[in-house]
Design a protein around this ligand. Structure first.
Ligand SMILES: *Cc1c(COP(=O)(O)O)cnc(C)c1O
Length: 369
């Protein structure tokens, strides 16, 4: 993209394909370019057409026959939507890292009771643990994070969904921020009650939009809750979305970008091809890591397809590794929270490729020597 727009001097303009932060991730120039179109009215027929055109492709992306809500908010806004509309009085929060911790915090912040099921960083909550916990403690909803970006752990959400259905009237609320559009999230087949993502992760858009789907069960429950708030009210979203209307003035430029990105996903073979590419990137990092004796933080079988969290050898500091790569024009993530110094995170999500990883991994190897 050749742009004459002025950019603040402190922001470099690196080529696409070297920015492996686990969110925001790299945005393809064609998607960036989509955003320079003039505005349209948010109550215009042009807006209605734009939203109507995206609707079936969004449903394909989220594997659902239900309407997909698009909100102008970072993903955390839809975390709040899940809690305000999906928790009656008391939720069980599965906590295995920073983002699931945030989900638990929002339960409390919305005035609901939060019971926690904690596992160590790098571990997953297994479905049997969820069952035991639900037997001991009656709750009306469960919060969880599918791909815990802070530790690179992919949890068994399909397994949770089966467990939750053994109990009466317990809703499953799922943060799929770094799984949806990067690895299988079967919204309808798994019977998820609320599932959401944000634009800047595996969708590879700039930040600022959240996507979410609510089950009929959740809609029925929401109708009985009086303090759903206004901006994140699912009934408002449902009413607007089924009419191909935005709830409020949306981030119109980002909607242009989303439209273009949905087209790119389709032309590249659809959502399953996208999963496959992410699976290949995960396997590439796994093969490299085992060859070089670099351990993953999570155990085998629980590796996220979009973010690999690697443990650094004794004496190595994430700051030095990230800095060495930065000098060569590449960006990866340091660890998160308590793991900040001792791990690195490669965000191989969105429009990244195995070919780019083939260039990046040897550079990481050299930085680890
Ligand atoms: C990035 C992320 C979030 C938060 O997203 P924001 O868009 O910053 O609000 C939530 N959950 C997970 C798993 C994430 O990776």
């Amino acid at each position: 993209m050749t742009s004459t727009a002025s950019v603040p001097p402190q922001i470099e303009k690196p080529a696409f394909g070297k920015f492996f932060l686990p969110g925001p991730t790299d945005v393809h120039p064609d998607v960036l370019e989509a955003m320079i179109h003039p505005m349209i009215g948010h109550r215009s027929s042009a807006m209605e057409k734009l939203l109507q055109g995206m609707a079936p492709r969004l449903s394909a992306l989220a594997r659902t026959a239900r309407p997909v809500f698009v909100g102008t908010t970072s993903a955390t806004g839809f975390m709040e939507m899940a809690v305000r509309n999906g928790v009656r009085r008391r939720a069980l929060s599965l906590v295995n890292g920073a983002f699931s911790e945030r989900f638990a915090g929002i339960v409390g912040a919305c005035g609901k009771e939060c019971i926690r099921l904690d596992v160590p960083l790098g571990a997953a909550v297994e479905p049997d643990m969820l069952r035991d916990s639900l037997k001991r403690t009656p709750v009306d909803a469960v919060t969880c994070v599918h791909s815990e970006t802070s530790t690179g752990v992919l949890q068994d959400v399909a397994g949770y969904a089966e467990v939750v259905q053994e109990f009466d009237d317990v809703l499953l609320l799922v943060d799929a921020v770094t799984s949806m559009a990067g690895s299988p999230v079967e919204t309808d087949a798994w019977k998820l009650d609320f599932v959401f993502t944000g634009s800047q992760k595996a969708l590879a858009l700039p930040p600022g939009l959240a996507l979410g789907v609510a089950s009929e069960r959740l809609i029925q429950r929401a109708k009985t809750l009086e303090e759903r708030g206004a901006y994140f009210d699912v009934i408002g979203f449902l009413t607007a979305t089924t009419k191909f209307q935005p709830t409020n003035t949306p981030a119109i430029s980002l909607l242009y970008a989303l439209d273009v990105q949905l087209g790119r996903i389709e032309r590249a073979g659809g959502i399953e091809a996208r999963w496959k590419r992410h699976d290949a990137m995960r396997r590439r990092v796994e093969a490299w890591a085992s060859e070089h004796g670099v351990p993953f933080l999570p155990r085998e079988g629980r590796h996220s397809w979009t973010v690999s969290c690697l443990r650094l050898p004794e004496g190595k500091h994430s700051k030095d590794v990230v800095g060495a790569l930065k000098q060569q024009g590449w960006t990866i993530g340091a660890g998160y929270g308590a793991l900040k110094d001792s791990t690195i995170r490669i965000g191989h999500m969105g429009d990244h490729t195995v070919e780019a990883l083939d260039e990046l991994l040897p550079l990481i190897g050299r930085a680890l020597e």
